[in-house]
Design a protein around this ligand. Structure first.
Ligand code: SAM
Ligand code: SF4
Ligand code: SF4
Length: 341
């Protein structure tokens, strides 16, 4: 098997696969209703990669050293027969880990079991607040937090252990939810990860003042439950890990804004229409669907992905932190719902 490195000697290790651009939520920081409301042009079905096309592309990535796949969206559980994709990925040599990020609203007991049986290894459920007033303000579809908690329970009963819970923290919205989430999940085996609100896409009206630095959250949590940092599980781990000193588990912080981690970034993203993005903040993708649908051979596909990765020099968060002119400024960044988190 080949392996491939980019312009900063970063290997290709992870692939995030967005299986749909649609979602049943309208989170204000991701798919604001004013933009993604009636009239918004979602991708027509014929333009979505088929599950077989996704599996074929993933196989090519695995040949180049990719080891971990995360399935995302939009809301990935909207995609019919997703379990079949998971089975195909599971049978792909080189892929060691398959995980999925979901809003939890479709995690019925039956679906959770089907995902587990198909070979899904790990599950992340997004939940930004436990009180309905805040949670509904964020999801903007009147969805209660208790039903997401039910989804998490269903996943646990299906045999998923160490479920991660993602919470985006935005000043003025849900900072009070941080301790609620810690109180609720501490000691349960679920790992809550607090994510700094990011300037992904162009539609959420992001402002630096809305970002609550992780260090602020850490002192807030530490004052109630003393915590200490622990080493990453592996090089390039996105979340910084902290443990409760009284052995009640751990929490994580994704400091994309205040402490960038571009130096270790080994992630590529495949959009639902088959474009490869080499950064979450990219403005342009590389079209693999056209290649796949025009009868390209496996070695053509491999060569194309290799060239894309070798040319990669993205380090958006690092540059943003340095206050230098940004490459591609003035061009529109791709939306989160097209490439997943
Ligand atoms: N719909 C699924 C979900 O919400 O888990 C998967 C896709 S969603 C785009 C993936 C993750 O990105 C979620 O945890 C979401 O909270 C996070 N996210 C979306 N927009 C964000 C933003 N502007 N800043 C930080 N995280 C964001
Ligand atoms: Fe949907 Fe996830 Fe975006 Fe919320 S964060 S709108 S659940 S894709
Ligand atoms: Fe990776 Fe781009 Fe995020 Fe940096 S800004 S960590 S290169 S996705």
């Amino acid at each position: 098997m080949d392996s491939v490195s980019d312009q900063f000697s970063r290997p290709l290790r992870d692939l995030r696969i967005s299986v749909t651009d649609r979602c049943n939520f309208r989170c204000v920081y991701c798919m604001p209703r004013e933009v993604f409301g009636p009239g918004y042009a979602f991708v027509p079905r014929k333009d979505l990669l088929t599950l077989e096309e996704i599996a074929r592309i993933a196989q090519a990535f695995a040949t180049l050293g990719m080891r971990k796949v995360r399935i995302t969206g939009g809301e990935p559980l909207i995609r019919r027969n997703l379990e079949h994709l998971i089975e195909m990925l599971n049978a792909t040599s080189g892929i060691e880990d398959i995980s999925l990020t979901t809003n939890g609203s479709m995690l019925t007991a039956g679906r959770a079991l089907a995902l587990k049986q198909a070979g899904l290894r790990r599950l992340t459920v997004s939940l930004d607040a436990l009180d309905d007033k805040t949670f509904k303000q964020i999801n903007d579809v009147d969805y209660p937090a208790s039903r997401v908690l039910d989804g998490i329970e269903n996943a646990r009963s299906a045999g998923f252990s160490e479920i991660k819970v993602n919470a985006v923290v935005r000043r003025g919205f849900n900072e009070h939810a941080v301790l609620d989430l810690v109180d609720y999940f501490r000691g349960t085996g679920c790992i809550v990860r607090f994510i700094e609100y990011m300037d992904v896409g162009e539609t959420n009206g992001w402002n630096l003042d809305d970002v609550i630095p992780a260090r602020e959250l850490i002192s807030q949590i530490d004052a109630k439950y003393p915590v200490e940092p622990i080493s990453p599980n592996y090089q390039g781990e996105v979340a910084k890990r902290w443990r409760f000193r009284d052995d009640q588990g751990e929490i994580g912080f994704i400091t994309s804004v205040t402490e960038s981690f571009c130096g270790d970034c080994s992630r590529a993203r495949l959009s639902a229409v088959g474009k490869i993005y080499t950064c979450l903040f990219a403005t342009e993708g590389h079209d693999l669907r056209m290649l796949v649908r025009s009868g390209a051979s496996d070695s053509d596909l491999l060569e194309s992905i290799k060239n894309i990765w070798q040319a990669r020099s993205d380090r958006y968060s690092e540059l943003r932190g340095m206050n230098v002119p940004m490459p591609d400024s003035g061009k529109s960044k791709v939306e989160m719902s097209h490439i997943g988190g």
